[in-house]
Design a protein around this ligand. Sequence first.
Ligand code: NAD
Length: 268
Amino acid sequence: MRITIIGCGSIGSKLAKAADEMNEVKRIYLMDIRKDVAEGVASKLKKAIVVQSVEEELYHCDLVIEAATQAAAREVLPAVVSRGVDVMIMSVGSLVDDAFREAVFEKARVSEAKVFIPTGALCGTDGLRSASGEGLDEVELITTKGPKSLADVQYLVDKGIDVADIRERTVVYSGTAREAVSIFPKNINVAATVSLLGIGFDRTKVTIVLDPEIKDNSHELRLKGKFGEMVCHTYNHPEPDNPKTSHLATLSAISALKRIVRNEWFGI
Ligand SMILES: NC(=O)c1ccc[n+]([C@@H]2O[C@H](COP(=O)([O-])OP(=O)(O)OC[C@H]3O[C@@H](n4cnc5c(N)ncnc54)[C@H](O)[C@@H]3O)[C@@H](O)[C@H]2O)c1
């Protein structure tokens, strides 16, 4: 299999390293708006080369992995799936736009491209997916982070919240997943994954808490439905090179790639 990785940052670089060790992966095309970053990653790998444009590589690529930004996802996804090439999406928040998401999924249906969305930094998505088959009454995600992780969020600045002043556990957002994903595009991709698997962006509730005492970000996923109730708590160590990203998100991307290249589907 030949794969293209868009975005060679925290997730993309580690995914590329893991892919380099997978026998099933024969070639890795790396693309980053910062060419020096892509070249730095490629220089340490056996199977990787740096490319300038994803579209050119689609002729000889089996799977494109987006690990860059929501903007990058919006730019490349339509072209990739139109060409019938499978895609794995890490910037899941890009799918909050209904018209864009439906267009991408429709193009993928027509071309028979597969769309893969790893579970990311969250556990419990297996139960959510199964339970949603029979109707869910409530889905709520409560995310707790250290104040610094939301230091650059304009929404908090506009609300007069200076995260440096937070001394105790404080709820800084409560609302729909749709709004949360738009306000915190780099911080709450899991809310988009939960929405897609469950009851959609408008009915999924999201609460974001800042807590100066915690070391690990946590996600609490709460469901109620005909199946019963589920509460699933994940405590995530951050990636040292990007504290906004949880290490589990990287591991999830690597594990998803292994399943795809080996065509092994346990616990689906
Ligand atoms: N699904 C999840 O649970 C989950 C968890 C963590 C992060 N994410 C998302 O995954 C994505 C990658 O995360 P990360 O921690 O590796 O980020 P990062 O900032 O460490 O790396 C992103 C890389 O993408 C590059 N880039 C930016 N725009 C680009 C473009 N248009 N084309 C090509 N390259 C571009 C940057 O130069 C950078 O090297 C982010 O959108 C992040 O929000 C998802």
